[in-house]
Design a protein. Structure first.
Length: 311
């Protein structure tokens, strides 16, 4: 198998590179390093691995056969897509178009990394794949939400019109080693602040909920979906829901920190709840999370205290 991963030097993409190489794939990793980092793939010493520094919103050409295209290129945290709104929209639209075109030309399977953000601030809880969402298209977060919603529509059009074997994964909050400490999302923010004895910043009153899953569970689900015959979107995430405030307190305890918690104004359109309905993943893929959230948090804290502290 020869696999192309766009965004392969990012947090999730780099873990996918590792997993695919371990499964014997040849891997072509494409990333323009806007939010990814060569540090995430610097450990790879495999003759079957190639890195290409390239913006996938441009014409995408890969010499030789390709069996699988995984499209993971995109800013994915609020701090990133608010900093780069145009780039986020372009990679969701033009980047998805170019990646789908590559899959069509090569006769390859295609997997789109979509997101739970397509559900917006949901009015249905938990969120099943059949829910159409509650998204503000002109809000600050709309650049990411609508980019992914468009990418899903384009992916299904290529499946229906061109017959491309496409897959769509809706990824819920995921954490683990290789997250940037300036990522802006709750887990890396809280860990970095707790390790350094800084106050943990909670937005709103902290009662908003998230469902936090570990990176190894996500990667396992992604590979299972890529090998499946499913073409409709599938939620992959941990249905164990917890409040943001509980996450902050848990990480203070795990880090053995004396940090306090401070509260700031809730950002515009920040979802009040987030929990995946994983009925489809369990029934059709045989997937469900295996790593306990507290164990996963300890592993992530250890990484931030070790290798992550040197980045």
């Amino acid at each position: 198998m020869r696999t192309v991963i766009t965004g392969g030097a990012g947090f999730i993409g780099s873990h996918l590179c590792d997993a695919l190489l371990a499964h014997g794939h040849e891997v072509v990793c494409i990333d323009n390093l806007l939010t990814g980092s060569v540090d995430n793939i610097a450990h790879i010493r495999d003759a079957k691995f190639a890195f290409v520094d390239y913006d996938v919103t441009n014409y995408l050409y890969i010499d030789g056969p390709v069996d699988l295209v995984l499209h993971f290129a995109s800013p994915a945290s609020p701090i990133d897509y608010l900093r780069w709104p145009i780039q986020t929209l372009k990679v969701g639209a033009m980047g998805t178009h170019k990646a789908l075109g590559l899959a069509r030309k090569k006769g390859a399977r295609f997997l789109l990394a979509s997101t739970s953000e397509v559900y917006g601030d949901p009015l249905i809880h938990p969120q099943p794949e059949g829910y159409w969402g509650n998204v503000n298209p002109i809000g600050l977060r709309g650049v990411y939400d609508e980019a992914k919603r468009y990418a899903e529509a384009l992916t299904m059009a290529y499946h229906r019109y061109h017959g491309v074997d496409t897959k769509i994964v809706r990824i819920f909050n995921t954490f683990g080693p290789r997250m940037r400490r300036d990522d802006g999302r709750a887990v890396p923010n809280f860990i970095y602040q707790a390790i350094h004895g800084e106050p943990l910043t909670v937005y709103g009153d902290g009662s908003q909920t998230r469902s936090f899953g570990y990176i190894t569970d996500l990667v396992r689900g992604l590979l299972m979906l890529a090998d499946s015959n499913l073409n409709e979107p599938v939620n992959i995430g941990n249905p164990q829901e917890m409040t943001v405030l509980d996450m902050a307190r848990t990480l203070i305890e795990i880090c053995g920190s004396k940090s306090e918690i401070i509260f700031r104004e809730l950002p515009e359109d920040d979802p009040k709840v987030r929990q995946p309905d994983i009925t489809q993943a369990k029934a059709k893929l045989g997937w469900e999370p295996q790593v306990d959230v507290h164990d996963a948090l300890r592993l992530t804290v250890e990484w931030f205290q070790g290798e992550g502290s040197r980045r």
